[in-house]
Design a protein around this ligand. Structure first.
Ligand code: PLP
Length: 505
């Protein structure tokens, strides 16, 4: 075994991949990162023609090297099976001159399924490897999609319990129904009177609460995290960028070595960080374009080098990106600081205390592979309509934020025939398509035609079938007449008491 993980806030702390997955967050509040970012053992072109599962094994074993071949292959085959309604798992669609990587073919029709269908298996395997004897309690804050995907992934997985917190008025009706109808003996979901950041801060606080950890241990429990701060979430997400590039080679859409720009609708910075890891592994990715909605903290950060969460929190039609603290950015900050854990720690503490921090010019210079963009609500909705009118393809609100940013970036950076072609600049763009339009049906249809504005959300599902020509996914069909099983609510400052109540401690 060669690859260890360390905390972004303490380089002295060294753990194995399976320990990092089991613990989630480092005890010092930092995030686990690999000591060296691994590279692909073979050229990407040799991956052309490989299945998603084969690619997943090849990529993930570079990161999770204390898992045996048998263990990892078993996790992969349990995760990427008929729960996905498309054999390719993450199919590519070309609409106009843009490639869309559809990451929403899993159980809950959003991209969180890509990682959360495998995380429970990685975690229970990790628990066995480390002889952990306590029941794992997964504590998750969700802006809508993670919660359901985590519940679906962990439901009735032996040795685990899961408790999900979501902002009561911050998710779509389909999202809420998906969560409150979830089956499983070990599953609880709580609506908090607050926003996503409050839910996430509450969860983080519980993770750091040593008293609580002791109480839990006395009752045979230990916490872990299914949020994208868990390295077991991030690693499976690297796979689809490698896979997508290999597929585009296979289809003849890219030439060997040709750069591909990637545009990612971003919230917690997990998905785009995975694309960056894929680039560092050797995939010829050009620019990493970070797309935000009106909560454009990240756009401002890439412009100015100052991360400032002190601003109004905007509720948008892309709720899974309504986030002011992008936790995974810490992993990038750590890298551009030259893996300086003291500096990273100081910046993150400033974020907690002052709500902002500024990186040095030297650090900012190391961010040139990234570009930031954002789309307003009006631009997002216009983009859905334009893409539909021009190509017939229906995209969801999150994907549309990225598609709009892609469009603007492309215009601003078009390689002019008269000027010398910039070698770093590519004309090929991949947009990460993170949710099925069925999940945000009302916003999507209203964008296409205002007449849908008055209709009840659930009534529109069949209408979308007609407009898009894409059949309603099973995941949507089944919630329509499912029973509501969860009704618990709590105030944002009562999350700890609620958890204790659920666990009866
Ligand atoms: C979670 C989510 C995002 C944001 O992804 P991050 O990894 O948190 O940046 C974007 N779109 C959808 C639909 C999501 O569920």
């Amino acid at each position: 075994m060669n690859l260890y993980y360390k905390s972004t806030r303490n380089s002295q702390l060294r753990v194995t991949a399976s320990e990092a997955i089991l613990t989630g967050l480092a005890p010092d509040g930092g995030l686990f990162v690999p000591e060296q970012l691994p590279v692909l053992p073979i050229p990407v072109k040799e991956l052309a023609g490989k299945s998603y599962q084969e690619t997943a094994y090849l990529v993930m074993k570079q990161f999770l090297d204390d898992f045996t071949e048998e263990e990892l292959k078993s996790c992969i085959s349990k995760a990427y099976d008929s729960k996905f309604d498309n054999e390719e798992i993450a199919p590519l669609v070309k609409a106009g001159n843009t490639y869309y990587l559809e990451l929403f073919h899993g159980a809950t029709i959003a991209f969180k399924d890509m990682a959360l269908s495998i995380l429970p298996h990685l975690m229970t395997t990790a628990a066995k490897k480390n002889h952990a004897d306590k029941e794992i309690v997964i504590l998750t804050a969700t802006s809508g999609d993670t919660g359901k995907a985590a519940m679906a992934g962990f439901a009735d997985v032996e040795g685990t319990r899961i408790i999900v917190f979501y902002p009561k008025d911050g998710v779509s009706q389909v999202q809420e129904l998906q969560m409150v109808t979830q089956n499983g003996e070990n599953v609880d979901v709580v609506a908090i009177h607050g926003n996503f950041d409050q839910a996430q801060s509450g969860v983080k606080e519980m993770f750091r609460d040593q008293e609580l950890a002791k109480e839990l241990a006395e009752h045979g429990y230990q916490f872990s995290s299914a949020n994208s701060i868990n390295i077991g979430r991030l690693v499976p997400q690297v796979v689809y960028y490698v896979y997508a590039y290999a597929k585009l080679l296979e289809y003849g859409e890219l030439e060997e070595g040709e750069l591909l720009n990637v545009v990612v609708p971003t919230g917690n910075f997990g998905n785009i960080l995975a694309a960056y890891y894929a680039k560092r592994m050797g995939v010829p990715i050009g620019k990493l374009i970070c797309a935000s909605n009106e909560n454009k903290v990240l756009f401002d950060f890439f412009q100015t080098g100052t991360y400032d969460r002190n601003r109004e929190f905007v509720l948008t039609t892309s709720p899974s990106m309504d986030i002011l603290i992008s936790s995974n950015l810490e992993r990038l900050i750590y890298l551009v600081s030259g893996e300086n854990s003291a500096e990273t720690k100081a910046l993150m503490e400033a974020l907690t205390v002052d709500g902002s921090y500024t990186i040095t010019d030297e650090m900012k210079e190391r961010l040139t592979e990234f570009a930031g963009g954002y789309a307003t609500e009006a631009e997002t909705s216009e983009c859905i309509r334009n893409v539909y009118e021009e190509t017939g393809y229906v995209i969801d609100t999150h994907t549309a934020v990225a598609a709009d940013v892609c469009c603007k970036y492309r215009k601003a950076n078009r390689c002019d025939q008269d000027t010398e072609k910039n070698e770093e600049q590519s004309e090929k763009y991949l947009v990460a398509s993170t949710a099925s339009p069925y999940k945000f049906v009302k916003s999507v249809l209203t964008a296409i035609d205002e007449k849908y504005g008055e209709a009840e959300e659930l009534k529109l599902l069949e209408e979308l079938e007609k407009v898009s020509g894409v059949e309603m996914p099973q995941a949507v069909r089944e919630i329509l007449d499912a029973k509501i099983l969860h009704t618990l609510e709590c105030d944002a400052d009562k999350m700890k008491e609620t958890v204790k109540g659920i666990l009866k401690i």
